[in-house]
Design a protein around this ligand. Structure first.
Ligand code: FMN
Length: 209
């Protein structure tokens, strides 16, 4: 059994909502396979947006004093960085966006200060999302955002589970495969495994359904 270390950021303001349930299933599957999962509920933390103060430009260290200070080392120590967020106006939620923006300090270390990848290694990025509508392009924008976020935190977008047509809290329980697939994805990721065998899981290079 691998001892994969996962940090999971859940980015819905609604507790026990659809993406919270996706995140919980993912976490259960990962723990079942022996992973250690650190769960951070973004709306229970004080994490503000990047203020573009330039404070990180020379050091790669964010100068803002809030809960992000404890999040940076979690990112650095993890093998897998997982993020869940519902779609709000074709976007991730604002608190998830705050997490993304605050990765600027890490982006500076890599691309300005040329310090290479965090702790000299790449991580796997996992994205879990849900929206009420069913449009083909529903997740296009957020996938792009997550790719850039994951790169800033020395990761590669490895897989995404993108669920359409769920709106009210708990709708996802009636979805034909969402929670089961999230659990299988957690399992596969914890084992450092191949996700290409999982139906309905998107990964780079796969055509979006
Ligand atoms: C402010 C707001 C904006 C939303 N915008 C969209 C949207 O652009 N497209 C969509 O499909 N669903 C949209 N939704 C619906 C949510 O994505 C959907 O209800 C989702 O299942 C919520 O997940 P949660 O329970 O994890 O918060 C929006 C919901 C809210 C509250």
């Amino acid at each position: 059994m691998k001892n994969t270390s996962i940090v999971l950021f859940s980015g819905s303001p609604r507790k026990r909502g659809n993406t919270d349930m996706l995140a919980a299933s993912f976490m259960a599957g990962a723990e079942e396979a022996g992973a250690r999962v650190e769960h951070v509920r973004l709306y229970s933390r004080d994490i503000g947006p990047c203020l573009e103060c330039g404070g990180c430009d020379k050091t790669g260290q964010c100068v803002l004093e809030d809960d992000m200070a404890s999040v940076y080392p979690m990112i650095e120590q993890a093998d897998v960085i997982a993020v869940s967020s519902p779609i709000f106006f074709y976007n991730i939620t604002s608190r998830t966006q705050a997490l993304v923006e605050r990765s600027q300090a890490m982006w500076v270390r890599k691309y300005v200060l040329k310090q290479g990848d965090l702790a000299g290694r790449r991580r796997s990025g996992i994205f879990l999302s849900a929206g009420a509508t069913r449009g083909k392009l529903l997740f296009d924008g957020v996938i792009r955002v997550m790719r850039y976020f994951f790169d800033a935190v020395s990761s590669d977008l490895h897989a995404a589970l993108l669920i359409r047509g769920v709106e009210k809290r708990g709708d996802i329980k009636g979805h034909p495969f969402a929670l089961k697939r999230a659990r299988q994805l957690g399992n596969a990721v914890a084992l450092g495994g191949d996700v290409t065998a999982l139906d309905d899981v998107w990964y780079p290079g796969k055509k979006q359904e």
